[in-house]
Write a protein that binds this ligand. Sequence first.
Ligand SMILES: CSCCC(=O)C(=O)COP(=O)(O)O
Ligand SMILES: [Zn+2]
Length: 218
Amino acid sequence: MTATLEQRLDAFRRLDDAKLTFARRDWFPGTSGNLSIKIQNDPLQFAVTASGKDKTKLSPEDYLVVDQDSRPVDETALKPSAETLIHAVVYKTFPKAGACFHVHTVWNNLISELYFGQRAFSIQGQELIKGLGIWEENARITVPIVENFADIPTLATEIEKVITSEVPGVLIRNHGIYTWGGNDFEAKRHLEAFEFLFEYHARWLQLRQAVVSTTTTN
Ligand SMILES: CSCCC(=O)C(=O)COP(=O)(O)O
Ligand SMILES: [Zn+2]
């Protein structure tokens, strides 16, 4: 069965909301980023941003619906995001995921670079970890980092190997983050929590370095 018009329009409207919210934060520099909302599981169909669009604007040609093989379900001149395969991997790995968001930010890129040569970034004891749905006291999270393979099927396979239900996100080194949730509200909350934690940690490392330099030179 294919997605109804009502289901598509609802997904497109939700994508508009998420897109404009993230655009206001400058989270789509240079047409980067892509967003999707799942419409149905069996067979998998989801609405995804079209490739190469200016994601700070709304147009009637912003989204299309694709199937489990990341192919458009309708005849269209629009091309799905070049990274649609990664969204498909997320939905196939986590059947309860209802939305998947990808942004390139300075903070998520910095964190992936600061941990160059390592396969994960860890942080503990931050209140915003609860924004990821993890409520245990003094929780530690570990966000996997994969290398930025130019070949998207390879990148998608590497992501498939490391994503777990423990943490709803994965960093791609010097590229960006993919995060997901049960619906668009949850995926947005996760993205905001991750970005806070990345910015906090990068700034904390910088301040600590400045304090160490001051105390050693005095
Ligand atoms: C200009 S950013 C390079 C491609 C990318 O990483 C991205 O997120 C946007 O690709 P899309 O095909 O979804 O527009
Ligand atoms: Zn990207």
